[in-house]
Each structure stands twice: as C-alpha cells, then as structure tokens.
Design a protein around this ligand. Structure first.
Ligand SMILES: *[C@@H]1O[C@H](CO)[C@@H](O)[C@H](O)[C@H]1NC(C)=O
Ligand SMILES: *[C@@H]1O[C@H](CO)[C@@H](O)[C@H](O)[C@H]1NC(C)=O
Ligand SMILES: *[C@@H]1O[C@H](CO)[C@@H](O)[C@H](O)[C@H]1NC(C)=O
Ligand SMILES: *[C@@H]1O[C@H](CO)[C@@H](O)[C@H](O)[C@H]1NC(C)=O
Ligand SMILES: *[C@@H]1O[C@H](CO)[C@@H](O)[C@H](O)[C@H]1NC(C)=O
Ligand SMILES: *[C@@H]1O[C@H](CO)[C@@H](O)[C@H](O)[C@H]1NC(C)=O
Length: 612
C-alpha cells in the first residue's frame, strides 16, 4: 500500500472522530498532514521530494491539495484519493509565490507573489490566469478568502506593513487597508467564518491578534512571547500556528489564548498551515451566482462583495467587451499551455537578453509574459510580421535571426551564417522580405522572410549601423549609424538612392521609427539623451523629450505613442509622439531590456498596410 493510500485510510478514520481536525502544513522539503490531537505522535507526507514548499491550501470537495514551491517557482496540485498524482498548475511568471488560497465555491486559486508584487487568480487547472492587484503591493504574503462574502484578505510586510481587504473580483472599489497600526511582520492570516473574525500572526511583535472583518474590535490572543510565529489556522475554538524558531506546531483557545499545547515538535521547517476539514470550506445556503452557466461569463466568473455578487473577468491582458460578460476574441494565443481564443488588440513585444516577452496594452496592469522559446541567449532586435503574426528577433550570442509564432510555437532559425552583430531588424510585411543591420560586418542585408535569396544591400560607408525601419508603402528604408560620424540615412528598399537625412548633433542614435501617415521620422539618442522628430526629408527637426533618458535602447511607434526601453532606468516608457508629453512608465525595474516592438493585432479590412 502506497503512502498516499495509507493516508486515505487515516483520513477515512479520523473524519469520524469529532473535534479532531487534520492539520495540513508545508515543510519546505515536503507537505505533511498531522492529526490535530496528535494521537499518533507523528506526521505523514502528502507530497515529498520538494525543493521549497511554502504556501499550501486545499479543496476538500475532491481531497486535493495545492502548494507553492518558491524555489521551483511553481504552483502544484496533488490528490489524496489513492492516485498519487501531482500536476503542475502554474509554471511561468512566478518568482516568490508566498501565499496561496483556494476559492472552494468559485473553484479558483488565488496567490500572492512578493517579488512580482502581484496578486493573481486562475482556474484550478491554471487556465484563464489573471492579475487582480498590482498597485501598492510591496511584500504581500498570506492570503485568505471569504467567498461567501466575496472578499479577500492579505498581509503585506513591506515598507508599510498592513493588512488589506479587497473584492475577490479585482475591482478597486472595495479595496481598503484594515490594519496599519502596531504591525511589523504580519506573516500568517486566517479567517473565522463562524464568528466573522480575522486572526493574524506578527513575527516581529511576537503576537497573535484578531479583529472583525472590517478591522474593528482588535483583540489580543497571544502576546509578546512567541519566538517566530509564521502561519495560523482555526478549527472550532482552537487556533493552530507554526513557529519557525521553535520548529513546532502549537495550539491554544482562539478567544482566551489559554490551553496552550505543542502539537508537533522537531519539524524540518514548518511554513503555511490549514486545518483540513469540510468545516473550513462552508457552503453557501443559496446557490452562488457563478454556478449557473458560469454567471454568463465567457471566461472568469469571480466572487464580488457587491450586487450582483459576481464579476466577469478576462485573462491577463485581455479586455472585457462592453457587455461586461465576454472577453475580446482574436487570434489564437497559447496562454500557459492552454490554447485560448482570447484576443489582444495592442501588444508590446520585448527582447530581454535571454527571453522574449509580451505585454498587453489593452489592460492597465501591463503584466509581462515570457514567450515559451528555447535557446534565447542574447536577443537584441525584434520585429513583427502582422500578416502571419510572427515575431522575428536577432541573437548576438548565437549569431542568428529567429522567428516564431506570437504564442511561442513554431520557433525556427531564419539566418544562421555570416552574422556577427545583427543589432537591427525590420520586416517588410508587404514585399515579404527581412532587412537587418550588422555592426560587426558593417552591412545592411535583405532576404526573403524564410531566409532564402539573401543579398547585401549596403556595404560601404557604414560604421556602426544599428536600428532599421521600413516604409514599404513609400518604398524607403531608414537606418541609424552610431559610428564616429553618427547619422540617420535613407535609401530605396533595394539599396539605391542613398541619402544622409541627419548628420549633425547626433551621438548614439539607437532607435528609429517612421510615421507614414504624418511623414515623420522619430529617433532616440542614447548619448545626447533625447528623442527627436523630423520630416521625411530630414527638415523640421525638433526635440520631443530631453529629460530622464539615461540610456535609451529599444524604440517603437504605435498610434499616438512612442515606446522605448531604457537600460539604466530598467523601464519601458511611452510618450505622445506629437506633444512629447503624456509620458508614462509601462514597466519598471526589469533588467536587460533590449529591443521593443509595439504591435496592433486588430485587422480591419484594408487596414493591414497601416500596421507595422
Ligand atoms: C481531540 O482533542 C479535542 C479537543 O482537545 C477533544 O475534544 C477530542 O476528544 C480529542 N479527540 C481525540 C480522539 O483524542
Ligand atoms: C507513525 O510512525 C509509524 C512508524 O514510525 C508508522 O507506522 C505510522 O504509520 C506513522 N503514523 C502516521 C500517522 O504517519
Ligand atoms: C483521484 O483524482 C484524480 C484527479 O481528479 C483522478 O484523475 C483519479 O482518477 C482519482 N483516483 C481515484 C482512485 O479516485
Ligand atoms: C458594464 O459595467 C460598467 C462599469 O461598471 C457599467 O457602467 C455599464 O453600464 C455596464 N454595461 C452593461 C451592459 O451592463
Ligand atoms: C522561401 O520563401 C520564398 C518566397 O516567399 C519561396 O518561394 C521559397 O520556396 C521559400 N523557400 C523555402 C525553402 O521555404
Ligand atoms: C551633411 O548633410 C548635409 C545635407 O544633406 C550635406 O550638405 C553635408 O555635406 C553633410 N555633411 C557631411 C559631413 O556629410
């Protein structure tokens, strides 16, 4: 009989013993369960051979356990029905998933990440993942749900320690700080559904306190004598908690703090804890709003504190339509291994040295999502073919040009010989050709999109050719050169008719973009720290931005905005292309930012030629 089937028997037996909960706890190298009276004197492994299991929760209904492994940066699920199955639920875009909670009514998982500084939600299988909160989060840790009332609660032990409450639907209307005084390292948090109370443990203040759901009526449960309380849970009148320093699980009366007992000692490293019981996941007397046809929602149906007590929501980066029920549809994108029909309208594609990412511009969270590619070693330049929805990028380490579908599938090398430093790339989406610059060979070359019919277009008088962009409608290509005599040049797309448009007051012109409709060229200079604009012929030159541009690198134009990456600020920003104002940071504190391409995916008939 396997370990898990044995456990199944234990659960079977204990579920008939009243007043004796099972305690589920994460123990870094495994997840365990212990009888709350500890009548057997030891604990049993639920999931073993883990690297760093930190947070844990369960869905009693199907006896499944969810846990985070902060070292593997994953969320996993296991069942103890005798099958010994463990599946990966979330495998990308996590750094330090410290808190986890299961919505047993809506069938969702919620989690915190203290490094990405986000609170997210997904279906139990990891699909339809969405960022719910991303502002004013510093070090979010424990998270607890009250799906009966549509609220979630979390602790934040960052610069301004606090406990917050917000709607489980991610709307901002119901978010508020409920505890901000006398709080330092709020670790664990648990809810008492019977008495409508919150309990939390503060490791610095060495206490466990409680209050009402709105933060009022704060009380002391245990104070000033706890070495390092971490997580806590409730069952009936009993409070259970883990202590890091003592490496033990304790219990006491939830109101008086009396009857203190040690449940289990000499634990490897006790982390999160839950009493594993149906009573900790009470059912609503009424049917919940999401039960009937998913609330009419095309994707996520999330519990909400306000009438009609649910909200339809879309996976990260996808807009909800005006009916407030259906998500935008578009090209097929693979999201976390699940193929979906959701549609993005506007995206940023980002080359980030060892990966490529996409950032939706449709929703305000601007979450960056890594494309599932292999062997990205030093990606520099990036462009997009709006006809086949393919991403093209150069790699300075592998000395190759690659392409892949926008969902990361179909990755293939397009050019892999006679390349030294291909630092600029441009797709001719009309002629179906690929253009690139090479600062090593000092050439500009062209080939078909699949790499055949390769040809050198310009090989003379190039010092350090960098950015390249095309206006296939006018038949021009534009490029920058940051050599000893920096310049911006133009030629016909076959290399003829070469002309220096700008040859004065340039340093390192790193980025270039053209605006066919307004007949303008824009460029960014990483030495003079400026973004400038001029007419197509180089006349009418003027400065758009000359502040806080320490090292501009990637550069792209879409609609009314210029987008750029900055090495030093580790940011992606945008500014209005006409006024140079309305500046906004899209992404902050992301290192190794290289090329950037802003893309419009909405294909209106006849509009394709204005893309790119
Ligand atoms: C477990 O402990 C509870 C509370 O201390 C008690 O009521 C119950 O009888 C105990 N059960 C067993 C099997 O010891
Ligand atoms: C406790 O340990 C004994 C032997 O060390 C083992 O037979 C028993 O199954 C364990 N009980 C639990 C609840 O893990
Ligand atoms: C256990 O649960 C898993 C997941 O729901 C299921 O695939 C499996 O068939 C179940 N096994 C048993 C023995 O019930
Ligand atoms: C959708 O939600 C918005 C904002 O809550 C509201 O103003 C609008 O009336 C809703 N539309 C429909 C069709 O319900
Ligand atoms: C490459 O593309 C060209 C034109 O698009 C096509 O004619 C040719 O057959 C393709 N070659 C290969 C090897 O796919
Ligand atoms: C710079 O460009 C101007 C105008 O095109 C031209 O007259 C001048 O000779 C160029 N200077 C150099 C050094 O190339």
């Amino acid at each position: 009989m396997g370990m898990v089937s044995k456990l199944y028997l234990i659960i079977g037996c204990l579920s008939i013993i009243k007043g004796s909960p099972l305690l589920l706890f994460a123990n870094r190298k495994d997840v365990r369960i212990v009888d709350g009276n500890n009548s057997r004197g030891n604990s049993t492994v639920v999931a073993g051979n883990l690297e760093d299991a930190a947070a844990v929760d369960f869905l009693y209904e199907d006896r499944s356990v969810f846990f985070t492994d902060v070292s593997q940066e994953m969320i996993k699920r296991t069942w103890f029905n005798g099958s010994e199955i463990t599946v990966n639920v979330i495998t990308t875009g996590l750094i330090s998933p410290d808190g986890l909670a299961v919505d047993w009514l809506g069938k969702k998982i919620y989690w915190t990440d203290s490094e990405t500084k986000r609170i997210e939600v997904a279906n139990l299988d990891g699909s339809y993942r969405k960022v719910l909160y991303w502002n004013d989060l510093d070090q979010p840790r424990a998270i607890a749900l009250d799906p009966l009332n549509g609220y979630m609660y979390w602790t934040d032990w960052g610069e301004t320690p606090k406990i917050e409450r917000a709607g489980m639907d991610g709307t901002h209307a119901h978010r508020s700080v409920i505890i901000k005084e006398n709080i330092h390292w709020p670790n664990g948090l648990t809810l008492d559904y019977e008495d409508s109370q919150i309990y939390w443990a503060d490791a610095k203040n060495a206490f466990i306190h409680s209050c009402k759901f709105d933060g009022s009526d704060r009380r002391v449960v245990v104070e000033g004598e706890l070495p390092h309380p971490f997580a806590l849970t409730l069952y009936d009148r009993t409070l259970y908690w883990t202590d890091w320093k003592e490496r033990s699980i304790y219990s006491c009366d939830k109101i008086t703090g009396s009857n203190r007992r040690v449940i289990l000692r000499d634990i490897y490293s006790p982390m999160d804890i839950h009493s594993f019981s149906a009573r900790r996941q009470p059912k609503d007397t009424n049917e919940n709003a999401c039960d009937q046809h998913n609330g009419g929602c095309s994707h996520l149906c999330l519990m909400s504190p306000a009438h009609p007590f649910y909200t339809c929501a879309c996976p990260t980066g996808i807009k909800l339509k005006l009916d407030n029920k259906t998500c935008n549809e578009g090209i097929k994108l693979k999201l976390d291994n699940k193929t979906c029909n959701e549609g993005y309208e506007q995206l940023l594609l980002l080359a980030r040295r060892t990966d490529l990412r996409r950032i939706s511009l449709d929703t305000p969270d601007y979450t960056d999502v890594v494309l599932e590619l292999t062997n990205v070693q030093h990606a520099i330049a990036i462009d997009f073919d709006p006809v086949d929805n393919q991403v093209y990028w150069t790699d300075d380490e592998v000395h190759a040009i690659w392409r892949a579908n926008i969902d990361g599938t179909g990755q293939e090398k397009v050019i892999d010989n006679h390349l030294m430093h291909p630092d600029g790339i441009a797709v001719d989406w009309i002629g179906r050709n690929l253009y690139w610059t090479d600062t090593g060979t000092d050439r500009i070359e062209v080939s078909r999109l699949n790499g055949t019919s390769r040809r050198v277009l310009i090989a003379e008088d190039l010092e350090e050719p960098r950015a390249i962009t095309l206006d296939p409608i006018s038949g021009y290509m534009y490029w920058t050169d940051w050599g000893k005599k920096p310049k911006i040049e133009r030629a016909n797309m076959d290399g003829s008719g070469r002309l220096a448009l700008v040859n004065a007051s340039l340093g390192w012109p790193n980025g270039i973009a053209v605006d066919h409709a307004e007949m303008k060229i824009y460029w960014g200079d990483a030495s003079l720290d400026k973004i400038e604009v001029a007419n197509y012929d180089g006349t009418g030159r003027r400065v758009l931005v000359n502040e806080n541009l320490p090292h501009l690198f990637g550069f792209s134009l879409l609609g009314d905005y210029i987008y750029w990456t900055d090495w030093q600020r580790r940011s992606i920003e945008r500014v209005n292309k006409r006024s140079g104002i309305d500046r906004k940071t899209i992404v902050d504190q992301l290192p190794d930012l290289m090329g950037l391409k802003a893309v419009n995916l909405v294909k209106i008939e006849g509009n394709i030629f204005s893309l790119g």
